[in-house]
Design a binder for this molecule. Sequence first.
Ligand code: BG6
Length: 476
Amino acid sequence: HASLNPFPSTFLFGSASAAYQIEGAYDQDGKGPSVWDTYTKLEGTTFKNTNGDVAVDHYNRMEEDVALMAEMGLKTYRFSIAWTRIYPTGAGEVNEAGLAFYDRLIDLLLQHDIVPMVTVYHWDLPQALMDKYGGFESRQIIEDFTTYCETLFTRYGDRVKHWITLNEQNIFIGLGYRNGLHPPGVKDLKRMYAANHIAFLANAKAIASFRNLVPDGKIGPSFAYGPIYPADCKPESIIAYENAEELNNHFYMDVYVNGEYPDMAMKYLEREGIAPTVEPGDTEILKAGKPDFMGVNYYQSGTVSANPLDGVGEGKMNTTGKKGTTSASGVPGLFRNERNPHLETTNWDWAIDPAGLRVALRRIHNRYKLPIIISENGLGEFDKLTENGEVHDDYRIDYISKHIDEIQKAITDGVDVLAYCTWSFTDLLSWLNGYQKRYGFVYIDRDETDEKELKRIKKKSFYWYKDLIARHANEG
Ligand code: BG6
C-alpha cells in the first residue's frame, strides 16, 4: 500500500469487552442484580437459556486475562464497568469492593502500557432502577446516571483519559422497546422514542459533568453505525436510503453532536404520533453535552429499497447461527431492508463489508467533523478447537485485516481515526446467542451447558494481531 498514509504513531490498536459478557461473579463482593441478570433467567429469552452468572469468569481471572493482553502488545483495552458493582441498587450507597476491582484492573493495564478505555454503560442497568421507576422511561435516571458517572470520573479520572458513555443507545433502546428482545422486552414505539430521548439527556449531562472532573480527558458515546446503501438507482430507492440513514443513524448522531433531531425523521415520528416530548430546556442540555469524538461500533452496512405504507414492519432476527433465518423487515412508508447481493454474510446473516467501514468513517467525518474511535468491529463465528488444542480462525484474520485496510484508506482520505478496538479480546457471552457465537482472539473453553475449566487458549488470530501491532509500532 505504498500510496496509503501510515497509521499515526499515536494510533491505538486495541480490543474490547463488556462487563456482563465476561465478568461472571454476578453476586460477588456486593454486586447487585442488573436487568440482564433478571432477563436472561426468563424462559426462552436467550439461546439455550444461557446467562452471564459465570460468563468467562473474568472477575476472578482478571490477572490472567491482562497478562494475555500484555503478551499481545495491545495499545488499548476497552472494557465496561458494571453499574451494579459500584451502586448495587443503582443509587445510594457506593460499594467500595466494586470500585476496588476496577482500580486493580486499571492499574494493571497501565503497568503494561495498555491505555484503559472505559465504557460507563454497556446495557447492564441496575434492576432496582428498573423496578423503582422503569429505568430510561423516567427522567429520574438522568440524575442517578450522572451521579454514577461522577463517581467513576472522580475515582479513575486521574488514570483513565478515554471514556465512552452509552454503548449503542440505538441497539439497547431499539431491541429493548421496539423488538422486545432485550430488557425490558417491550414492543411500543412511543415508549421507545420517549426512553431514547431520556437516554440522550443522561448522556449529555454525564458529558457536561465530565468537563469539570476530567478536564484533560476525552469522552463520547459509542454508536452502532450501519451505513445504508440504496438497493439500486431508482429514485424511490434513493429516498428510501435517505430515510433509513436519517431515522436509523443521524437521528442519534445529530443529537449527540448538535443537540437537535433531524427534521425529516422528527416529522415522520410526529405524523405517526410517536415523537418524543422535548421539554423546555432539553435542547440546551443536549447542546451542552457535545462529545470529543464519535465512537463507532461497525459490523455491517445495510441496504434498502422503498417500502409502501402497508409494507413490511418488524422482522425476525437470527439468534441461532442458522444461515438465512433472518426474515424481511422495514419501516412502512420509509424503507425495506434488503440483502446486498454483492456481499457475503456470516452464519448469523450479518453482511461482511469491509469497505462499508470506510464509508462509515467518511460519512461521520463529513457530517460531524469529529475524531473517531472505532470502539468495536469483529466477526462472530463458530470456532472449532482442534484435537491438539488449536483454533485456526483464518476467516477472522481475513475479516479484521480487510477492515484495517479500509481504515487506512479512510485515514488517507483525511478522516481522523484515533483507535481501533476489535470485538472482542476473549470469547464471551453473545447476549441472546449464547457462547457458540465467538468473537475473541482468545478461545474460552466452555459452552452453553458445560463451564468446563474456562481454559484460555490463544487462537491463530491472537498471534496474527500481535504481529500486526508490532509492525505498526515500528512503522510509526
Ligand atoms: C454490539 C455490542 O452490539 O455487538 C456487543 O456492543 C455485542 O456487546 C456485539 O456482543 C456483537 O453482537 P452479538 O449479538 O453478536 O453479540
